[in-house]
Design a protein around this ligand. Sequence first.
Ligand code: SAM
Length: 278
Amino acid sequence: MMAIDDLPPLRAVIAEHGLSARKALGQNFLLDLNLTAKIARAAGDLTGADVLEVGPGPGGLTRGLLASGARRVLAVEKDARCLPALAQIAAAYPGRLEVIEGDALDIDPLDHLTPPYKVVANLPYNVGTELLIRWLTPESWPPAWSSLTLMFQREVAERIVAQPGSKAYGRLAILAQWRADAQIALTLPPEAFTPPPKVSSAVVHLTALPEPRYPADPAVLERVVARAFNQRRKMLRAALKGLAPDIEDRLRAAGIAPTERAEQVPLEAFCALARTLS
Ligand code: SAM
């Protein structure tokens, strides 16, 4: 296949800068630049786009983003050992890559990028979920990002896109699908990474809706959904008993049978229930 740029292969970059993968930082690197270009394409047309990349590591995905035409990439990396490799990429794409050494959980991209920007990341699983929840729950909507293209453990990716009636359906599906379109763009076997993680991974692509899919107060919706799924085997009239003395009537008003379980209830009905409780 054609090289995506004139920089050295990633194995050489890793050897040159001594970037042995650190487990504590969740380092599982992607070394195939055709694959990183494919992930960059999953983020949509990047021509002229501003991109926030979290956890660039040795820069495989960063190179994919720049080669795909991103106007500007802001890359936030916690591991200082990666900075010289990233500086080489910045030099090959003058004025287009800014690298910040730091924890993505502490950085406000708006200090560096003009919204709306796209977010692309291959991150450790725990940081990825925490960031996803933050990105989906900003103070106001629409958010500063237009899309999120994120690598997760496959099981987590399936929870994000899950539909009612499935075991994977829960708070994460509701949170994600209430304010975004979410789909799995590609799945990757463990061997796609160096070193390989224990389980398969998947890239989820979310695009922000201009406004939430159905009206509801975010705090009330979150409270209802948290209670409903904390006791997901219970009928909703029992699981939600503490929310209102007349919870059965409110469930019926929202079109939900009080004997249903959370797993069966579509997003639209949870929003209707949140409205009756607001
Ligand atoms: N994007 C690279 C790739 O695809 O090969 C590296 C992926 S590796 C799974 C995760 C990267 O995120 C590592 O480089 C790690 O140092 C970095 N990282 C871990 N926690 C981070 C955090 N809180 N903020 C920023 N970067 C972090």
